[in-house]
Design a protein around this ligand. Structure first.
Ligand code: HPA
Length: 274
């Protein structure tokens, strides 16, 4: 596995350098563009882009609304690599496949990871269109670290205190104040999907300490923290779980698009201040 990760990273760096020429430099910031962050691509001064299908050993994204490529370039004055399209457990990938790109990012040189997603609000103060800074998570997706530990990546029993970096959250609060962006804060519950939760399940997620329900992110954050990479995560509340409205993928896409501008500003400005 470790050899596969390193081999894939070397391949990607060689390809990106070939495409980017003198503009290419190894990325220091990794970004997983979930729902609502697609527009961030427009703010990246792109030096190279590689389709997942052209990368040996990379999974290929299947879900509607998520294309699949790695984008290299400058954002907020920093060299970034962005994943346009992520891999969800519900698509049928093994947990190790879901986190494979995050592990590859480490060997591309990434030292900070930014993630975004869409989720259903459980906290009664949350409204559709809100942005929630993720302060912590509850992972209900099979843990990607199950299996022999890869000691070169991290410890057998990784600590998960502060898995959403407190310092990065502080910067987010400063950016939000400066830009007039209202932020909510809370705990993201990562479930397997692909069903949206039943009313009883939303109540259950709330009862165990969750503020929103989603179907991604927790595996990638676990893999990043295993490797000691600090993480910032934000979630767009695309639906309110405990309401009479049915959750649906189109609404998720629509709300995601509506919040895109705020999310793009938030992420870009944090990256600028790293
Ligand atoms: N549940 C799970 N995942 C989601 C939801 C939800 O209500 N909304 C957007 N992604």
């Amino acid at each position: 596995m470790l050899e596969q990760i390193k081999k894939t990273a070397s391949f990607i760096l060689a390809e990106a350098a070939k495409i980017g020429g003198s503009d290419f430099g190894t990325p220091e910031v990794g970004i997983i563009l979930g729902t609502g962050l697609g527009g961030l691509v427009g703010s990246i001064d792109i030096s190279a882009s590689i389709d997942y299908k052209d990368i040996p050993d990379f999974p290929v994204s299947t879900v509607e609304g998520h294309s699949g490529r790695l984008i290299f370039g400058l954002l907020g004055g920093r060299r970034v690599v962005a994943m346009q399209g992520r891999f969800h457990y519900y698509e049928g990938y093994e947990p190790w496949q879901v986190v494979f790109p995050v592990r590859v990012m480490k060997f591309l040189g990434v030292r900070t990871l930014f993630v975004s997603n869409a989720s259903g609000g459980i906290n009664p103060t949350f409204r559709t269109g809100d942005i929630m800074v993720i302060t912590d998570h509850i992972n209900l997706i099979p843990n990607p670290l199950v299996g022999p530990n890869i000691a070169e990546l991290g410890p057998r029993f990784p600590d998960m205190h502060g898995c959403y970096d407190p310092h990065l959250r502080e910067i987010a609060a400063q950016v939000a104040a400066a830009e007039g962006i209202e932020l909510k804060y809370g705990v993201y519950v990562g479930g397997t999907g692909p069903t949206f939760e039943t009313q009883a399940e939303y109540r259950y997620f709330g009862a165990i300490g969750g503020d929103t329900a989603g179907m991604s992110t927790t595996p990638e954050v676990i893999a990043a923290r295993h490797m000691g990479i600090p993480v910032f995560g934000a979630s767009i509340i695309t639906n309110v779980g405990l309401s009479d409205e049915a959750g649906d993928h189109e609404d998720v896409q629509k709300q995601g698009a509506a919040a895109e501008k705020k999310m793009t500003t938030l992420f870009t400005e944090i990256i600028k201040r790293l």
